[in-house]
Design a protein around this ligand. Structure first.
Ligand code: HEC
Length: 327
């Protein structure tokens, strides 16, 4: 009888069921329906159930209608029609009320005197929707004034800084929970004692056969001096460990055996061996490696204005000494 309404009810019910399921099932960041495909089945069952209910209800209605005498049937139809017309009545009434316009037939009451070539003006009062919004802005202004001018609420800079600080905390948290998301470009030197200890165990278990306990070198090169064949620094060392040395030299790619977090630990441990000068150390191989990104402490930078800076060396840079030695 009223098929559109039944369709709408079933669709509304399906949407409601979907959101309720999403809300009540904990699925982390993912949609519950993606994480647990069984929800499709549950949702399907619920929709079938709703359709069945609609069918039963309309069948029942038809039977009851058939049982009425013709006069009652007519009354029923008239009542239905009235109900149909009055649907959304509340909204329609509110809408008219908010416009606050005089009905056409009463316009005579508010028409103004002047008459320009037959064009006349109505003196409508301000529409309520506009007036209420105006009051709202006044209240907003008062609250704003008190909060930000009298009680010193946060300004944009503070809000920005708080958000950045929060994001930093979240980033640290994320890094802590996703230690294996690093690669040679993003790896950073680990300084935590636990990480170094873990790096040492990995080194002892996998690397000492060729690099010796001390890192002084055997089949593999000395890892304690300033000289590197494949580059020093955490990123290069991580890369060498992960991808291996030059073909045929004997240093394999460890990425199949070690997790990224473990490679970062062992690479950080290797960094701690620098400068230990073991007695059994092999002679240097490769070139002196200088970290181009290392912070320089013998340079003074003075900002003069937004377009000019002045750079002054306070003494001879360390880098030059090292390069003179090495090459
Ligand atoms: C089978 C012997 C062998 C093992 C085991 C081995 N290495 Fe090596 N390693 C070498 C050789 C040989 C080289 C030189 C590679 C080249 O010349 O390309 C090297 C190079 C390196 C370098 C680069 C040195 C430089 O001067 O650039 C690092 C860092 C390194 N190894 C770390 C490790 C770590 C960490 C492990 C353990 C996870 C390990 N190696 C296990 C043989 C080995």
């Amino acid at each position: 009888m009223k098929t559109t309404a039944s369709y709408l009810r079933v669709i509304g019910f399906a949407i409601l069921a979907f959101f309720l399921l999403e809300l009540t099932i904990d699925s982390g960041e993912q949609w519950a329906i993606v994480k647990h495909p069984i929800i499709w089945a549950v949702l399907g069952m619920l929709i079938l159930f709703a359709i069945a209910l609609e069918i039963v209800a309309s069948a029942l209605q038809r039977i009851l209608f058939g049982g009425l005498n013709p006069e009652a049937q007519e009354r029923y139809i008239a009542a239905e029609k009235a109900r149909e017309e009055n649907r959304f009545g509340w909204f329609k009434r509110k809408y008219k009320e908010m416009l606050g316009a005089k009905p056409m037939e009463k316009e005579q009451e508010i028409v103004l005197d002047h008459n320009y070539d037959g064009i006349r003006e109505l003196d409508n009062s301000l529409p309520p929707w506009w007036v209420y919004m105006f009051y709202a802005t006044i209240i907003f202004a008062a609250v704003y004034l008190v909060r930000y001018e009298i009680f010193d609420g946060r300004d944009q800079t503070e809000e920005y800084e708080i958000e950045v600080a929060q994001a930093k905390i979240e980033m640290e948290e994320y890094k802590k929970n996703n230690k294996d998301l690093i690669d040679a470009n993003t790896v950073e030197l680990l300084t935590d004692a636990g990480d170094i200890e873990a790096g040492k165990s990995i080194f002892v278990a996998n690397c000492v056969a060729c690099h010796k306990d001390s890192g002084g070198g055997g089949i593999g090169p000395n890892l304690t001096d300033d000289y590197w064949i494949l580059g020093g620094g955490i990123k290069n060392i991580f890369h060498t460990v992960s991808e291996g040395g030059r073909a045929g030299k004997g240093m394999i790619a460890w990425k199949t055996d070690l997790k990224p977090s473990e490679m970062a630990q062992v690479a950080s441990y290797v960094m701690t061996l620098h400068g230990t000068n073991p007695l059994d150390g092999k002679e240097p191989e490769g070139d002196v490696w200088v970290d181009e990104n290392a912070p320089v402490d013998n340079v003074e930078v003075k900002v003069i204005d937004s377009t000019k800076i002045e750079i002054k060396m306070t003494d001879e840079p360390v880098i030059d000494d090292l390069q003179a030695e090495g090459k």
